[in-house]
Design a protein around this ligand. Structure first.
Ligand code: X2X
Length: 338
């Protein structure tokens, strides 16, 4: 019986058997495609664990023809720099918050509107439904490739080194770091804070050296990036949900044969769905661990903060900026916001 190279290299048992029989092992040919995937999170975050597993599955299913090399922790540069590298093709894949992507694709920020989603089911219904489809079409119109399934970052909580956030007034004059995104800056200005745009790879040191006193992120990041070492209070504001679009460079994508594209798409989307489960679980269970790491937690009523945003004109302003089309897709998913 003839054994094709493919089934030969794939079967571990076959390899062992062949070695035992003294059959010469043939090395896998070098991959035809070696692509870079960059992200801003620690290797311990579910995003990187699931991406690692996907990369392995893709390598195996393409019989070694496609290799995805992962560069976590902003190794290739800040988010702003990596977005440029993705656009130029120096990096082929990148996961980026829709709100930071907003600097290039304005509509992509719309999922980050404050208090738009009450819970995770509402998030996935919208992002796997009409809202996600709308945002992806806007991303594709800018000549980027985007996978169907957005990956979870989570509901964001505010940490500070100074005081807990209980009432909207506690935001006043707060020196808070926000990601590089017009929507984020606008939201915290409207709450009366003094936001500074800083890429994630500089957040730990910005907090440590007191350039800022506060930041906001989901618990999975506060834990994996060890922000608890440089922050004291964690207020459970859940003020917005955030997710990562899995983006690709179009030219690099179009260079892949269809069958490889299919394998990559399948495993990345499957990994994204698993990453959602892991991250949601972590975000809901980490409070205890972070407490043992000396963070002081409090719950924050969302209503008054949302009212403060409304009064400051936040929703009206962004309704106009995102435009009738985007806003109506958002509201058809989550109800009236203004
Ligand atoms: O920069 C952040 O705070 C992070 C890691 O949550 C994002 O990528 C938006």
């Amino acid at each position: 019986m003839q054994t094709s190279r493919r089934s030969f290299v794939l079967s571990a048992a076959g390899l062992a058997g062949a070695a035992a029989l003294g059959v010469q092992k043939r090395a896998l040919a070098a991959p035809k495609f070696t692509y870079k995937y960059a992200n801003n999170l620690q290797p311990t975050h579910p995003m990187n664990k699931r991406a690692q597993a996907a990369a392995k599955a893709i390598f195996e299913e393409t019989h070694g023809e496609f290799k995805l090399n992962i560069f976590p922790n902003s190794q290739l540069g800040s988010d702003t720099e990596t977005l440029n590298q993705l656009r130029s093709g120096a990096v082929q894949f990148f996961t980026l918050s829709g709100l930071i992507l907003q600097t290039y694709v304005p509509a992509a920020g719309i999922s980050g509107i404050g208090f738009a989603f009450p819970n995770y089911p509402a998030v996935w219904k919208a992002l796997d439904g009409t809202l996600g489809a709308y945002i992806r079409s806007e991303i594709e119109a800018k000549d980027l490739v985007v996978m169907d399934k957005i990956w979870d970052n989570g509901f964001r909580e505010v940490t500070t080194s100074t005081h807990p956030i209980v009432h909207p007034d506690d935001f006043h004059d707060l020196k808070i770091r926000v990601p590089v995104s017009p929507l984020w800056t606008s939201m915290f200005k409207d709450l009366g804070s003094a936001p500074t745009s800083i890429n994630f790879n500089e957040v730990y040191s910005a907090l440590q050296t007191k350039i800022v006193d506060a930041q906001e992120n989901p618990l999975a990041i506060i834990e994996t990036a060890k922000l608890y070492e440089v922050q004291k209070y964690c207020s459970m504001t859940n003020h917005m949900w955030d997710g990562f679009w899995f983006l690709g460079n179009k030219k690099a994508w179009d260079a892949l044969p269809k069958d490889i594209q299919t394998v990559v798409t399948k495993h990345i989307n499957e990994a994204g769905v698993l990453e959602r489960k892991d991250t949601e679980a972590l975000n809901s269970e980490l409070q205890q661990k972070l407490t043992s790491q000396h963070m002081v937690f409090n719950n924050t009523e969302p209503g008054p903060i949302r009212d403060a945003l409304r009064k400051a004109g936040f929703y009206a302003e962004w309704k106009e900026k995102f435009g009738e089309k985007g806003w109506s897709v958002l509201e058809s998913n989550v109800g009236q916001l203004t």
